[in-house]
Design a protein around this ligand. Structure first.
Ligand SMILES: Cc1cc2nc3c(=O)[nH]c(=O)nc-3n(C[C@H](O)[C@H](O)[C@H](O)COP(=O)(O)OP(=O)(O)OC[C@H]3O[C@@H](n4cnc5c(N)ncnc54)[C@H](O)[C@@H]3O)c2cc1C
Length: 481
């Protein structure tokens, strides 16, 4: 490889507009006002013949992709630029346990169905190239023992996300990946010789670096700066909106039930904007009452499938919940009437059919909603009241007022459209040698480990493609020499 500008960096004060002077293959940059620089440091101690991959973002996709590229092409210089702490989302994920992937979805077509954005596109080669099984093998081969819980979620046996973080960081170090933290890639452009000219800033001090990279992997998650880099390089962005959030419901009586869980409900969301008849706006699974409304897998799944429509509806709609989805309404009525006949002399609040599997606090909530005094005896309950209670159990409505006020949403829907990427390589269709992986793409999954799986698969495929390109380039160069 011949390079007009190798990847040398100068560290400067950036108090005035700099001038650049390329000389002897070193990219000089002067601060005119102060003429101050801290050091002349090569970005990497590399031979001029070695190529450079810069990875923007030290999250799951970026670090996994960097390791993979360096594994295939050990001579490739691989630098990950991370503005904060590396793998910080992995660290906090899954309540500190890290739900690495999903172990119940080994059919790739079914797996793809778990991605509200990406379900059509991901049915192809994507998961074939790196599936949840491959992820699990990768981690166990690298010393992280995993377990699959009953619902399919895969966690480290240690129940600590640090097992995953430590494994990735140690593997990156061992392979020779350079991880540079506290730095932000702020601009990107393409040079006449088709390389990537990147500006890297350190926010805490007056500091700037310029780097010229042969390959660029943008794995910046849902951070705005990442979208900005993509647009600077010619890509478009599907407007980012939150996904995977809880529902805010103003109902003080419901809030008193905070902590109550329902192992299986069927919930249907009707949006003010209509929801365009999305079949996925009906979901079943566990639900949880919180201080501000409703949560749990069923709600998070609805929020994911409805993310765009909920955004357009200003997060307003009606949620209909069937608390006993496996029992027909006629059977519910019969159960209640039979109970009335059997327990005629008992107070309604103190005695309710065990078949419907509800907790007393929720039973009271239902009675209150129906205006039924819990102190009356079953014998005094009219058949009409019984029909109303049955109907509440099967079709209880809640007015959704907004989305839960989490500081950070779990994931972002939107990003770079998949039509602008070749999923078999993760390479941009717009610029050669430009790759994307992870949440920066318009892909997001429901809860259960699917979002990390997108990051592992995308990072792995991108790393493989870049590694192969670099290995081929080196081979060609050796043949020429
Ligand atoms: C609280 C929480 C819990 C979660 N739990 C789970 C779970 O258990 N299972 C699951 O599957 N998913 C989970 N997710 C979702 C999962 O964390 C993300 O889908 C995943 O981290 C995406 O990986 P990524 O590498 O694409 O992006 P990220 O992990 O977001 O990494 C991107 C990195 O790029 C850096 N960056 C961005 N722009 C720049 C720039 N210009 N210069 C330098 N650095 C930059 C960022 O600082 C960030 O570290 C959770 C998310 C949250 C918020």
């Amino acid at each position: 490889m011949s390079s007009a500008f190798p990847r040398f960096i100068l560290h400067f004060g950036v108090s005035s507009k700099p001038s650049t002077i390329p000389r002897n293959n070193v990219f000089f940059l002067f601060s005119l006002k102060k003429r101050r620089y801290t050091a002349i440091t090569p970005f990497l101690s590399q031979k001029s013949s070695e190529e450079l991959l810069v990875v923007v973002g030290g999250g799951a996709a970026g670090v996994y992709g960097a390791i993979r590229a360096k594994t295939i092409a050990p001579n490739l210089n691989v630098v990950v630029i991370e503005k904060g702490k590396p793998l910080s989302k992995v660290k906090i994920s899954g309540g500190g346990r890290c739900n690495v992937t999903n172990g119940h979805c080994f059919d790739n077509l079914i797996l793809a169905e778990h991605y509200p954005r990406g379900n059509k596109e991901l049915k192809g080669s994507f998961f074939r190239m790196h599936s949840p099984k491959d992820t699990m093998s990768w981690f166990s081969d690298h010393g992280v023992e995993l377990k699959t819980e009953d619902d399919g979620r895969v966690f480290p046996v240690s129940n600590r996300s640090s097992s995953v973080v430590d494994c990735l960081l140690s593997e990156a170090k061992q392979r020779g990946v350079s991880l540079q933290t506290g730095k932000v890639v702020t601009t990107a452009s393409v040079t006449v010789d088709g390389k990537f000219h990147l500006k890297i800033e350190k926010r805490t001090i007056d500091y700037v670096e310029f780097v010229k990279a042969d390959y660029l992997l943008v794995a910046s998650g849902s951070v705005k700066q990442g979208y900005s880099l993509a647009t600077q390089l010619g890509h478009s962005i599907v407007e980012p909106v939150p996904s995977l959030f809880t529902f805010k419901i103003d109902d003080p009586q419901l809030a008193e039930l905070a902590g109550v869980t329902f192992p299986k409900v069927k919930a249907k969301l009707k949006l003010e904007s209509g929801g365009r008849g999305i079949p996925h706006l009906t979901q079943d699974g566990p639900m949880l009452v919180t201080h501000w409304g409703l949560s749990g897998p069923v709600i998070l799944r609805l929020s994911a499938w409805g993310a765009r429509d909920l955004f357009s509806s200003d997060y307003k709609g009606i949620l209909y919940v069937d608390f006993i989805p496996d029992t027909h309404i006629e059977d519910v009525k019969s159960i209640l009437i039979a109970h009335k006949n059997l327990f005629a002399k008992q107070k309604v609040l103190n005695s309710f059919p065990s078949e419907i599997g509800l907790v007393k606090r929720f039973w009271k909530y239902l009675l209150d909603r129906e205006g039924l005094n819990g102190d009356i005896l079953w014998a005094s309950v009219s058949n009409n009241a019984i029909l109303s209670v049955a109907s509440q159990l099967k079709h209880c409505s809640f007015r959704v007022k907004g989305k839960g006020q989490f500081k950070d949403e779990f994931v972002t829907a939107g990003g770079i459209p998949l039509s602008e990427i070749t999923l078999g390589t993760m390479e941009s269709r717009i610029r050669s040698n430009l790759f994307f992986a992870g949440e920066v793409l318009n892909v997001d999954g429901v809860t259960g480990g699917f979002n990390f799986q997108n990051a592992w698969s995308g990072g792995y495929i991108a790393g493989t493609s870049i590694g192969n390109l670099a290995a081929t380039a080196l081979l060609k160069e050796e043949v020429v020499r």
